[in-house]
Design a protein around this ligand. Structure first.
Ligand code: IPE
Ligand code: IPE
Ligand code: MG
Length: 260
């Protein structure tokens, strides 16, 4: 992937190799509640502060030249939280969708949703549709917000769609491949994440992009999401660029087995 001149200069200034950027970065934004608790504040304050981090990391990703950024904002399991927190999160999301619209347009970022969009409250869905529609033709970066998202739900949904097509003889079951499944995921036509970041130190996936994470490079930081800084993000991308990705192969051998 060739980056643009403006990105290249920015990357070089920050010690990043513009020719080795991850195409897709995915983040489990965790620790808002603990951040608030530490400060003797209501959990909602943590989510509010977390939305400021979202703003800065989206802008930074765009400057670096990352093409796909996926943020885990609300899981299928998060519906089981106290109603007061769910309502506060939905209100915050709605405010974010309205306040960020201009910036997203200016920065030519397409806002996309992965997850059960239909489960969101009607007023949130309305703002979502407007933002998605107004940013649809933006090509510099895709910002995927994972909302009411669950990896298992996504795979189950894909299996159902494929089964229906097979039953209706639209596809032949014998021709079903991994690609068929990819084509029925929310991330259709997107590359798999190269980088997965989880803040707050938890060592788990929490049902996030179970299919797509097959070969993601994983970075777990103890920093709570509201405290996650631009510098830490850059450090992670730099660390990623120094890792050797093998994809199950041997590093110094070519496919015929000869040593290089
Ligand atoms: C992540 O922060 C945001 C959401 C899951 C919506 P949490 O709310 O999970 O914060 P902690 O994990 O309780 O600190
Ligand atoms: C994962 O965080 C979901 C989001 C960040 C949106 P959780 O806080 O819900 O995950 P667990 O409960 O620690 O696994
Ligand atoms: Mg959490």
């Amino acid at each position: 992937m060739k980056s643009e001149p403006a990105h290249r200069q920015f990357d070089l200034d920050y010690g990043l190799d513009p020719d080795k950027l991850p195409a897709h970065v995915a983040i489990i934004m965790d620790g808002n509640g603990r951040w608030a608790k530490k400060k003797l504040m209501n959990r909602v304050k943590g989510h509010e502060k977390g939305s400021e981090t979202v703003r800065s990391i989206v802008t930074l990703s765009r400057k670096i030249g990352i093409k796909f950024l996926t943020l885990y904002a609300f899981s299928t399991e998060n519906w089981a939280r106290p109603k007061i927190e769910v309502v506060a999160l939905m209100n915050l999301l709605k405010r974010f969708l309205v306040s960020e619209r201009t910036t997203l347009k200016k920065n030519e970022i397409f806002l996309n949703i992965i997850g059960q969009k239909d489960r969101l409250p009607e007023d949130v869905m309305k703002e979502l549709d407007i933002t998605m529609e107004q940013t649809r033709n933006n090509e510099k970066m895709v910002l995927n917000l994972a909302l009411s998202y669950g990896g298992r739900e996504e795979i189950t949904r894909a299996a159902k769609q494929i089964a229906k097509k097979a039953a209706e003889k639209i596809i032949d079951w014998e021709t079903i491949t991994e690609e068929t499944l990819c084509d029925h995921l929310y991330t259709k036509n997107m590359p798999d994440p190269d980088v997965l970041i989880r803040t707050s130190g938890e060592m788990r996936l929490s049902n996030f992009m179970l299919w797509q994470m097959a070969y993601a490079e994983i970075f777990i930081t103890k920093t709570l999401w509201p405290d996650f800084s631009e510098q830490e993000f850059i450090n992670i991308i730099r660390d990623y660029q120094s890792r050797e990705r093998r994809f199950g192969k041997l590093p110094c051998y070519s496919s015929d087995g000869s040593q290089q």
